[in-house]
Design a protein around this ligand. Structure first.
Ligand SMILES: [Cu+2]
Length: 181
């Protein structure tokens, strides 16, 4: 329980929290920015979406007067034809926060009469991460966690094993440091 042990604990906690926050936190986008989700301001939602780079983990927020609008997630076909009869999802609170869970296109329209036709429709395009099959992703734990294996002799395990070892070691070290006082 020397000084070096505590330093490793601190470094471990800092690295762990940095990794966690980088994986959990995403950008937050207000659809239509200050105009919100509406049919009366002639907001160009295509342009709005085209100027964004959406990623898994980001959150998109639809803000609108729920007496006059809603948010209906539909298929591409129904998006093109303004058909809200077979929705994938329906939102109607006036302040709908939707977290992007996977890549793809997410099509939303308003189902109030003529709103979709007048342009209250948006295509949120979430590209797959840049070539995840061939290029390593720098923010994933296995690339940065192994350099700090706090338990001697565990540096030769697989990356997953090492990461788990690091995590449990940090937790154990944390508990040990509490018990030490
Ligand atoms: Cu509407």
């Amino acid at each position: 329980m020397g000084f070096g042990f505590d330093m490793r604990l601190i470094v471990g906690l800092v690295v762990f929290s940095a990794l966690t926050s980088s994986l959990i936190n995403g950008e937050v986008y207000n659809v239509g920015d200050s105009d919100g989700w509406t049919s009366v301001s002639n907001v160009d939602y295509k342009h709005w979406a085209d100027t964004k780079e959406f990623h898994v983990g980001d959150t998109i927020i639809f803000r609108y007067n729920k007496e006059f609008h809603n948010v209906i997630q539909v298929s591409y076909e129904n998006y093109k034809t303004c058909n809200a009869t077979n929705p994938y999802a329906t939102y109607a609170t006036g302040n709908d926060s939707i977290t992007i869970k996977y890549p793809g296109h997410f099509f939303y329209i308003c189902s109030f009469p003529q709103h979709c036709q007048s342009g209250q429709t948006v295509d949120i395009r979430v590209p797959h991460s840049l070539a995840p099959e061939s290029a390593p992703q720098p923010t994933l734990p296995p690339t940065s966690a192994p350099p700090i294996p706090p338990v001697p002799g565990n540096g030769t395990g697989s990356s997953t094993l090492t990461t788990n070892c690091c995590f449990y070691a940090v937790v154990l070290a944390f508990l040990a440091s509490i018990l030490a006082y």
